[in-house]
Design a protein around this ligand. Sequence first.
Ligand code: LLH
Ligand code: MG
Length: 423
Amino acid sequence: YVTQADPPPPASGYTLRFAPRMRPENKPPWHAPGESSRPMKIEQISVTVFNTTSKKVNDTDGHTHPGPEHDSQEALLTITDDEGNSGYSFGSSESLRPYVIDNYVKKVFMGEDPMDREKLWINLAKWQRGSGANLTDRTLAVAEMALWDLAGRALHTPVWKMLGGFRDKVLAYGSTMCGDEEPDGLATPEDYANFAEWMVNRGYKAIKLHTWMPPVSWAPSVKMDIKACAAVREAVGPDFPLMLDANHWYSRMEALELGRGIQALDYYWYEEPMDEHSTESYRWLAEQLEIPIIGPEYAYGKFHTRAEWIATRACDISRVGVADVGGIGPSMKIAHLAESFNMDCEIHGGGAGNLAVIGAISNTTWYERGLLHPFIDHDEVPKHLNSIVDPMDADGNIPMPTLPGLGEDINFDYITERTIETH
Ligand code: LLH
Ligand code: MG
């Protein structure tokens, strides 16, 4: 079967190729011929909070920027069944705090068959209504992805294959951080243009700009956004796919002016320029612009909200990220819903869960790689992993993971050494 030492799959277009795997004999869940499988049971759920380091900081509005290296905390959720199979998924220590794990995740999951992901997800999601906002879509996503990881590891199969493999690699777009006021950072249109040139040389085949948002002293500014978009278009040439993810709280008229500006620059899609909870505002915008509107990314309501956007023509391209809608299962529902309307569904954010969804659907083109910044090395391996999940080759392709499960190559020794709490 596939081990960590195996090389990544060959770059072979969209044909499916995969190293043959052997079923380990007498290892669960493989059984003797004629023997039917018995349900597995979740026996243990634990969270390991550990210290690590980060070179990223959040501003007062929650956007991520480069910062000095500092101590930070991460948490690893482990779900183990009675046959000794474990699944792992990372989250914030806050989203996996004891109150949430004990009152919701353990209550719903313990003693259940970890393979019953749909039942467990629906039963957990129902708890959200009465949880007083304590049980978030993020927690749902981490818990659900640990179930997928467990199943994949038990079956010695990557999750994207379990979902129904479609591709063995995907093109990445370089997704910048939001603008800042740092010299040589992303402070001016020229900074964006210079960084775009760097990204093209690195191999990216598309670029998405996040431009300036508060608390940048003079932001937001439609005029500056258009200047940055024009500088990048100038730097990369006329045929290179570019996208814009602007300040998320523009008014309708500002969003329209900006949309017309980047439409004239031949941008490929226009993302989240207004609060997404007003579906009608996006329907109004989409009606007036030719550039495709993508969304919603952040709006609450999981697949229900995406269905409303599609049904009311508020978007031309659908959008979903595993952390936004509570996991891989609900993301697949949205991708298939969009597919049923001949609509693309572009995936928000990177990481193992999003990569698994991309590997299993036909109606998507890109992997969002980032957030990138001139001061950040995205290829640097986080200390709690042995390798990054999204290595990109010089042609801008990311291979689908070959490890069983979600495909995260976890450095368990590092986590054990730096554990500060287990619950
Ligand atoms: O505002 C931000 O920081 C970004 O928009 C961020 O949420 C990013 O994840 C995003 O929107 N990507 O598409
Ligand atoms: Mg976005």
